[in-house]
Design a protein around this ligand. Sequence first.
Ligand code: SAM
Length: 292
Amino acid sequence: EQKDIATPVRTKMLLDKYGFSFKKSLGQNFLVDTNVINNIITASGITEQSGVIEIGPGMGSLTEQLAKRAKKVLAFEIDQRLIPILEDSLSPYNNVTVINEDILKADVKAAIDEHLTDCQEILVVANLPYYITTPILMGLLEQQLPISSYVVMMQKEVGERLSAVPSTKSYGSLSIAVQYYTTVEKVMVVPKGVFMPPPNVDSLVVKLTALNEPAVAVNDEQLFFKLTRGAFVQRRKTILNNYMSLFQNSKEHKEDIISWLERSGIAPSRRGESLTLQEFSELSNNFDKFSN
Ligand code: SAM
């Protein structure tokens, strides 16, 4: 009886067998703790009808536990050296497809249509490559794929940003973008020691549950996201000053900006970091063409 891949013994065996060396540049920190994996699985609510997308299977530590419970697992792994290892380590499971592609370039929609159409719901479950957490999540969320929830491990500071509320240090345009599409819950803090090799930072598992409709009603999403990003460019400055810099020729438009802010119920002296999603939606829906 083989031990789980997510044990130090079995992971070392695979590393030796294939002479594998970790690439720091690919965020390769493999999970070797079955308890952490069980917590991730429980939080994800997988059933035998679920189709699961995993980003970065590594040697298959999490993939194996997903394969045991889900209907199908679709895993995207960029590192070609891991493909033969995964073929070996996951050989007992016939419901796993590994795609050797960069998740940031892959056609995830087409892959879902090809592999997961017979699943009742699609979940993302992953121990993410930390160096690209934000582009991975934003890319998947913006494509509006039929994904009902995400249980993802990331660097703790980034996890704090996703769940942050206004007027805190972690609150920013990433918090707003993620909370526009999902509700965010922290699942657990994970210490460095459960990875091989250990990363330099602590980790956080976060659950994002897709909303049926965006959290706030926005007429022009591009403008909404421009205004949310623009409000945080200089965190210590007022919303008025940030928007003066955001729009060209702003001196001429100072009065216009002030009246637009006031019309939206926002005191010009407030800092961008104090605005809620609702307030940003008011601002974007009340916008006039003065700035263009
Ligand atoms: N799931 C494994 C585990 O928990 O042991 C490995 C997690 S490790 C933190 C991140 C994985 O993502 C590595 O296997 C790495 O090669 C892979 N990866 C890095 N960049 C990627 C990308 N752009 N697309 C797909 N996979 C990527």
